[in-house]
Design a protein around this ligand. Structure first.
Ligand SMILES: NC(=O)c1ccc[n+]([C@@H]2O[C@H](COP(=O)([O-])OP(=O)(O)OC[C@H]3O[C@@H](n4cnc5c(N)ncnc54)[C@H](O)[C@@H]3O)[C@@H](O)[C@H]2O)c1
Ligand SMILES: Nc1ncnc2c1ncn2[C@@H]1O[C@H](COP(=O)(O)OP(=O)(O)OP(=O)(O)O)[C@@H](O)[C@H]1O
Length: 569
């Protein structure tokens, strides 16, 4: 129908005008194939036809000087136009076009689902491979320990048993009657009684590594009765028993004899204090001292009487440090604690962190009172915070057949995947175990331990979490989305972050702010909680130290108190 014909009809009948206008409206809405997002529903077409009819009626009647539009006539016209619209739709090809679009979008959805399932399958396989590799490494570490102890016969092939032995293991007496005769539950973690002489660098004497026990105190009472916190299931009811406060106490069973110093470089204060502490430990406590090769050189150049200090020459010797060192003393800031932890790819001896930095979130010990602090720690018992680490595997797409190809990197704070120098958004696909989590589009993503929750993750809007809460933080960096809130996931999950093939650029992973590695499209990063936590000594206890750090270090919720005078209830 042409517009001229429409104009003629408009003169003859208002009803016909409505239909004609509807007709022209439909044509203008649907001039050809319908664009996908704009395909109008039948209801909306009908509504718009009715609206148009009222407009046309109004203009038509006012032209004729007849005044207002009657409600009755508009209702009738509306019904008629609706009928006309349905008739029109029955004749037009819109339906079939819609059907094709629906069919097409469903096919696309099926393809997307299949692709996601493949990716999830791949994630699951890689997570499983990482888990097996972890178990294999545990076995190797155990074998190595057994060799050192001259106890080759105690190697077990049962991987599950081995894994539980190498994590915190309840001693046999605990299993029999949890709290033992005296009502104190001791969980033995390390029995490093070395029967023979240990091969040492520099042929210096190092005593046998001290053994210790851990116990879980109750409400600050260091000798408090340990309460089970297992979930129980009795007569069909599930209940969690009263729990202890989980504060862990370390009690030496034999005196610690060897201390390793890790110090911040290029700081005169640190250097002077280190020299003083090393001498005090040797002369007053008869402690063997290990220092880094750099520090050893510095001390020996200054004064040859430091010839009792020991150090290492190569990475192989670093790998054996945990078998010789009872305690680690760090002098510096949080970065020095991170550095110390990074030297240990397996078990980590307890860390006593002295504060010589600006913030000192993980360095609660005041360096001015080092004698008193070290006395307390060497005598024990003392509270520790068991800080979980994340083990991260970089999986190269180029080596995808080998699944896990590089050694794991252990982080105490976080692994960050960001856009590096690229000016494009990072595009990262994230999976938790084998479930798809989300795509990150923004500056990047932080996967953090709870210890790291007060570091970069905090700056990116993540929550502060007590370091002994068992969880993994999933914090986006400047996400380009209004609804991307940070998550905290349970500690037992395995996360996988993949740079998809259609990513515009590379991504970069960094580990505790160091060791940046490029991730190309197809590469992935797999993270899970490592079985090797970092035990850090507390000044008071884990919670008191944490609260003090957020209050004094970060000035958390600092506000002047409101004065007493003023309006009251
Ligand atoms: N925007 C940011 O806040 C940002 C950016 C990059 C890196 N970082 C953090 O720096 C860490 C590396 O530390 P560094 O000392 O080698 O580098 P650095 O010298 O750049 O110091 C970073 C700051 O973070 C603090 N910090 C480190 N770990 C912390 C923790 N667990 N809780 C509270 N504060 C902590 C340090 O005390 C220091 O003040 C990274 O692991 C990362 O968490 C933060
Ligand atoms: N023993 C070490 N060897 C090499 N580098 C180290 C060592 N200890 C610390 N670092 C590095 O030195 C840098 C600064 O250390 P740290 O954070 O302890 O001091 P800081 O910056 O003065 O403290 P804060 O961050 O609290 O102000 C960190 O990047 C850390 O990785």
């Amino acid at each position: 129908m042409s517009l001229d014909e429409l104009a003629d009809k408009e003169q003859s009948s208002s009803e016909e005008i409505q239909v004609a206008q509807s007709d022209s409206k439909f044509r203008s809405l649907n001039p050809g194939p319908i664009p996908i997002p704009a395909a109008p529903s039948i209801r909306s077409l009908v509504d718009s036809v009715s609206d148009e009819r009222v407009d046309v009626m109004a203009s038509h009647q006012s032209e004729n000087g007849s005044g207002s539009i009657s409600t009755a006539s508009s209702t009738v016209s509306s019904l008629e136009s609706e009928k006309a619209a349905y008739e029109y739709l029955a004749q037009t090809p819109i339906k079939s076009t819609d059907a094709h679009l629906v069919e097409f979008s469903e096919a696309m959805r099926t393809v997307a689902k299949a692709l996601r399932r493949v990716a999830e399958g791949k994630a699951a396989a890689q997570a499983e491979a990482a888990e097996w590799k972890r178990k294999y490494e545990l076995e190797m570490a155990h074998k190595q320990q057994s060799k050192i102890k001259g106890c080759g016969s105690c190697v077990s092939n049962d991987l599950d048993k081995l894994a539980s032995q190498l994590t915190l293991e309840t001693s046999a007496s605990d299993q029999l009657g949890c709290c033992g005769k005296h009502g104190i539950c001791s969980h033995e973690v390390l029995q490093d009684v070395v029967p023979g002489p240990i091969p040492r660098p520099n042929h210096k004497m190092v005593g046998r590594k001290a053994s210790f026990k851990l116990s879980w105190g109750c409400n600050g009472d260091k000798n408090g009765q340990h309460k089970h916190d297992f979930v129980s299931f009795e007569k069909g009811d599930i209940t969690t028993a009263e729990r202890s406060n989980k504060q862990i106490l370390l009690k030496w069973e034999s005196p610690p004899q060897t201390v390793l110093f890790i110090t911040k470089p290029n700081s005169n204060n640190v250097h002077v204090l280190c020299a003083e502490m090393v001498r005090w430990l040797k002369e007053h406590k008869n402690i063997n001292v290990f220092v880094e090769p750099r520090v050893s050189k510095e001390l020996l150049t200054e004064d040859s009487s430091y010839n009792f200090i020991q150090t290492w020459d190569n990475d192989e010797e670093i790998k054996l440090l945990h078998t010789k060192v009872d305690l680690i003393v760090t002098l510096g800031g949080d970065g020095t604690v991170l550095w110390a932890a990074s030297l240990f790819k397996g078990p980590v001896p307890p860390v006593v962190a002295f504060s010589l930095g600006s913030l000192g979130f993980m360095t609660p010990f005041p360096s001015e009172q080092y004698r008193e602090c070290l006395d307390n720690v060497l005598n024990g018992p003392f509270s520790i915070t068991l800080r979980n680490r994340l083990q991260c595997h970089v999986i190269r797409d180029a080596a995808k057949d080998e699944l896990v190809t590089e050694d794991p990197i252990l982080v105490l704070n976080e692994v960050t995947i960001d856009r590096g120098i690229s000016s494009y958004l990072t595009y990262l696909e994230c999976y938790c175990d084998s479930s798809f989590v989300t795509c990150v589009q923004g500056d990047g993503l932080i996967i953090s331990t709870t210890s790291g929750s007060t570091a970069y993750s905090l700056a990116a809007g993540g929550s502060m979490v007590h370091p002994q809460v068992p969880g993994i933080l999933f914090t986006p960096i400047c996400p380009h989305s209004l609804s991307f809130r940070p998550l905290i996931l349970p500690e037992y999950v395995t996360l996988r972050v993949q740079v998809p093939y259609n990513s515009r650029g590379h991504a970069w992973a960094s580990f505790d702010g160091k060791d940046r590695r490029q991730l190309s499209p197809g590469d992935a990063l797999i993270c899970s909680i490592s079985p090797w936590p970092v035990p850090t000594a507390c000044v008071m206890d884990s919670t008191t130290d944490f609260l003090r750090s957020i209050q004094e270090g970060l000035h958390w919720n600092l506000r002047k108190s409101q004065s007493f005078d003023g309006p009251r209830d």
